[in-house]
Design a protein around this ligand. Structure first.
Ligand SMILES: Nc1ncnc2c1ncn2[C@@H]1O[C@H](COP(=O)(O)OP(=O)(O)O)[C@@H](O)[C@H]1O
Ligand SMILES: [Mg+2]
Length: 336
């Protein structure tokens, strides 16, 4: 069998998924310490699927997203193990070859929107380029029209001023919307959004989500939404992955995770969501502090905060086990 580097032939287990991450393990190594920030993370996204990764700040979400698109800084980050496939092609490891994403592949909106934008070009120039990548024809001013419509849909009123501005001349919220517009206009197969709605008001958040869901309807774009806020996931995810201390601790459909969370950490997140996803009772604040990745306890990393902690939890890390078709959980409560 001829093996073309970076291109999979009949890789076992790869079906129709658009994105497949297998066993990704990432360390951060600084002069005085080594932190395992991602530990054996596996996930998949089907074509047209909306997947959310939810977890507290510091749990490794941004590291995961950056690893997927290959922009982790080495050092300090080192990918120790794992494979990543996108659209039938192995994009990590690539045997030394750099994978170029064309605009229509994966598009990421970074947590810090300035990273997504080029500082030396106006927003108009950048969006026109995005429209070109997205295959929007130039004639009849079609690109300009699409750009203006998109910005208007994102509730930007002074479209002309925004288009004529450089990124640093805009407020954080405007930059974030410009970065989202750029991703959408390129019409990619997958958009990764890292905390896309943090700091934006609710109406704008809804508009952004509406725009993204339209893209899915039109061209079957998949979305990977990264958030610390389960309410965001509850609104639009088909499936949810719950992350804790660099590991997936539970995954399932939105219904599974919102209505019937199995992992005590998922339950804690669910009960801190302010609108009626639970039968009754007062709103709970998540208890305990997020874990310090450089000093994780032995056993299950969640055990110091867990109301159901047992002896075994202090000693051994629970494996992530399949429960049913699309559901996984890593918790000793569910080990027979
Ligand atoms: N540049 C860095 N150098 C060393 N450690 C880092 C660096 N960036 C992130 N980390 C470590 O990685 C962990 C996960 O960070 P991150 O992926 O940004 O989490 P999240 O996006 O979930 O808030 C942090 O808790 C921190 O310990
Ligand atoms: Mg982050």
């Amino acid at each position: 069998m001829i093996n073309i580097p970076g291109v999979i032939s009949q890789e076992k287990g790869l079906k129709s998924e658009l994105l497949l991450v297998k066993g990704l393990t990432v360390d951060f190594e600084t002069f005085d310490k080594k932190i395992e920030v991602l530990k054996d993370v596996s996930l998949k996204i089907e074509r047209g699927e909306v997947v959310t990764i939810v977890g507290e700040s510091g749990s490794g979400k941004s590291t995961l997203a950056q690893a997927i698109i290959g922009v982790l800084d080495t050092p300090p980050a080192f990918v120790k193990r794992g494979e990543i496939y996108f659209d039938g092609v192995r994009i990590f490891p690539t045997d030394g070859k750099r994978v170029k994403f064309r605009g229509t592949g994966i598009n990421m909106v970074f947590q810090e929107p300035l990273v997504s934008l080029n500082p030396v070009y106006t927003i108009r120039k950048q969006l026109l380029e995005a429209a070109e990548i997205g295959g929007i024809p130039e004639k009849g001013g079609e690109r300009e029209k699409v750009i203006k419509n998109t910005l208007t849909e994102l509730m930007i009123r002074d479209v002309e001023r925004v288009l004529n501005s450089y990124p640093h001349q805009l407020s954080g919220g405007m930059r974030q919307r410009a970065a989202i517009a750029m991703a959408v206009i390129q019409r990619p197969k997958l958009v990764i959004l890292d905390e896309p709605t943090t700091g934006l008001d609710l109406i704008v958040q809804r508009k952004i989500m509406g725009l993204l869901l339209n893209l899915r309807r039109e061209i079957n774009t998949s979305l990977l939404i990264i958030t610390h806020d389960l309410a965001v996931a509850a609104n639009m995810a088909d499936r949810i992955y719950v992350m804790y201390a660099g590991r997936i601790v539970e995954s399932g459909t939105r219904g599974d995770i919102i209505k019937d969370p199995l992992h005590p950490y998922s339950l804690m997140l669910r009960d801190s969501v302010p609108t009626g996803y639970k039968e009754s009772g007062p709103l709970k604040v998540t208890e305990g502090a997020p874990p310090d990745m450089s000093a994780l306890p032995t056993g299950c990393p969640f055990h110091p905060r867990c109301p159901n902690v047992m002896d075994i939890c202090r000693k051994n890390v629970p494996p992530l086990k399949n429960i049913g078709d699309v559901r996984e959980v890593a918790c000793w409560l569910y080990e027979k």
